[in-house]
Design a protein around this ligand. Structure first.
Ligand code: DOR
Ligand code: ZN
Length: 357
């Protein structure tokens, strides 16, 4: 299918094959029930991150989490969660293969220990993970990486670059057949590294890294709801990410990293990382692609490149976006607290006109 863009006259619109979100945090319990319908309304499938407390590390735990997600899905929604397992120092190659071969999960997530929210059970010595990575390479199972150095001495704005130089480049050399997704890429240099290995390495790009830079975090005061990890970088990186997302290269695809946290956990003396994009993700991407005169490339980025990388069928059905301004809800109540929405209270220029399943 090629995406249809409306002729001049009325508002611009674009109809694309139903998209997938290759990076989501759905959480569990009340939060899961609250946020899942928003992702399910926009995406046919989503790769679910395993950084629960405790993390989901085994076939049994991931299968149980998947059932909880399906139980939380409102009747009539056909969203398919695609699961991942969380790698630790104790991960066994056989368990990894068992989960992949039984289709319990489609990939493994590597958090360097301490890199981000709920990453304290992550991997402390990535070189020691070699037997797991060799097995993954052998069975064609992708490794999804949170690519940031964890040494607290490293400047936070350099952590991605340091990880790429010191960990990812040697890892790609050691495991020459391993499929890797660099999650939420934030720098021009990382995008180039992905391009250089494009036959087996890909990257997801979030809406926020296409829309904000590091100055946005301090615009008029401290903006805790724009704080995520990896943290947004300089403007030149944002512009490079826009070129990567909208340039039509198959190695870049959609992954929102929607990561809800209660307002109280964000607006705290030590606020946590994560931006909630559930209700606005596609509208933000459409805005960026429209601004870059690349609406004809939105479908490849949103609905094709990721599925092809993972060897999955493309979705049936369509989503139509229209250039009609719509005000974004500020926040969602969750229990006694609420979750603030990215761009909440603002008017976004694009809205979703309809979804055909
Ligand atoms: O900002 C982030 N939030 N980055 C991550 O890597 C994790 C995520 C979360 O789980 O809240
Ligand atoms: Zn994430």
């Amino acid at each position: 299918m090629s995406s249809a863009i409306s002729p001049s006259g009325g508002p611009r619109s674009v109809t694309i094959r139903r998209p997938d979100d290759w990076h989501i945090h759905l959480r569990d319990g009340a939060m899961l029930r609250r946020v899942l319908p928003f992702t399910a309304a926009q995406f046919a499938r989503g790769i679910v991150m395993p950084n629960l407390v405790p993390p989901v590390t085994t076939v049994a735990a991931v299968a149980a989490y998947r059932r909880r997600i399906l139980d939380a899905l409102p009747a009539g929604m056909d969203f398919q969660p695609m699961m991942t397992c969380y790698l630790t120092d104790a991960t066994a190659p056989d368990e990894i293969a068992r989960g992949f071969e039984s289709r319990t999960w489609i990939a493994a997530k590597l958090y360097p220990a301490g890199a981000t929210t709920n990453a304290h059970h992550g991997v402390t010595d990535i070189a020691a993970l070699a037997p797991v990575l060799e097995r993954m390479e052998g069975i064609g199972m992708p490794l999804l990486i949170h690519g940031e150095a964890t040494d607290p001495e490293v400047d936070i704005f350099d952590r991605e670059e340091r990880f790429m130089d010191q960990v990812l480049v040697p890892l790609l050399a050691r495991h020459q057949g391993l499929k890797v997704v660099v999650e939420h890429v934030t720098t021009a240099e990382t995008a180039d590294l992905v391009r250089a290995h494009a036959s087996r390495v890909a990257a997801t790009i979030t809406p926020h890294h296409l829309m904000i830079n590091r100055t946005s975090l301090f615009q008029g005061g401290l903006r805790p709801h724009l704080y995520c990890l990896p943290v947004a970088k300089r403007e030149r990186h944002r512009l490079a990410l826009r070129r990567a997302a909208t340039g039509g290269e198959a190695c870049f695809f959609l992954g929102t990293d929607t990561a809800p946290h209660p307002r109280a956990a964000k607006q705290a003396a030590c606020g946590c990382a994560g931006i909630f994009l559930g209700p606005v993700a596609l509208q933000c991407y459409a805005q960026v692609f429209a601004e870059e005169n690349a609406l004809d490339r939105l479908e490849a980025f949103a609905s094709e490149n990721g599925a092809r990388f993972h060897g999955l069928a493309l979705n049936e059905g369509t989503v139509t976006l229209v250039e009609r301004p719509e005000r974004v809800i500020d926040s969602l109540p969750v229990g006694e607290d609420e979750v603030v929405v990215f761009r909440g209270g603002e008017e976004l220029p694009w809205s979703i006109e309809g979804v055909r399943q």
